[in-house]
Write a protein that binds this ligand. Structure first.
Ligand SMILES: [Cu+2]
Length: 166
């Protein structure tokens, strides 16, 4: 009788298939966490405070005015960067000021740029200034404090915090 022998082979084959199946499951379990994490890792992931996400024309409303930034390159990158900064009141009208400046600073490293601040140049368009180029020489989190001076008023500041991926 050969039938029991074939039956035994069949069982052995089935066992091998089951083992192979288990092996695949294990592999899937190991790789799935990485596969489901769609966000690309960022050099700024470990930073604990909130980071602004850049878009051309990003803006923040401060006490005295709305500050809008368009960066070149955009998003800001390692190396030389020049920003156009627009100042408006709450109704979208340009705010004329005497001076603006930007102080770039890496909070995680405790250093800024050289020089520490960059004065804006009036563009000729009301309330619009060009600042830079300033050299963002390291990847990581940079803070940009934009200070605005007006005669007869206290200077006001607005801070943008951005990740420079590099
Ligand atoms: Cu640094």
């Amino acid at each position: 009788m050969t039938l029991p022998r074939y039956a035994a082979l069949g069982i052995a084959a089935l066992a091998i298939l089951l083992l192979a199946a288990c092996g695949d499951d294990e592999k899937a379990a190991v790789t799935s966490p990485a596969a489901t994490n769609n966000a690309a890792p960022s050099i700024c992931d470990a930073f604990e405070a909130e980071i602004d996400s850049y878009a051309d024309g990003m803006s923040k409303a401060g006490d005295a005015m709305v500050v809008t930034v368009t960066a070149d390159p955009g998003p800001p990158d390692l190396g030389l960067n020049t920003w156009v900064v627009q100042l408006e009141d709450g109704s979208g009208n340009p705010v004329e000021t005497d001076a603006i400046r930007i102080a770039p600073f890496m909070p995680g490293h405790g250093h800024g740029t050289n020089p520490l601040t960059y004065d804006g140049e009036a563009t000729g368009e009301a309330g619009t200034w060009m600042v830079g180029p300033f050299d963002l020489f390291m990847p990581g989190v940079w803070e940009f404090t934009i200070t605005v001076e007006r005669a007869g008023a206290e200077p006001t500041s607005t801070l943008f915090r951005l990740c420079i991926e590099g």
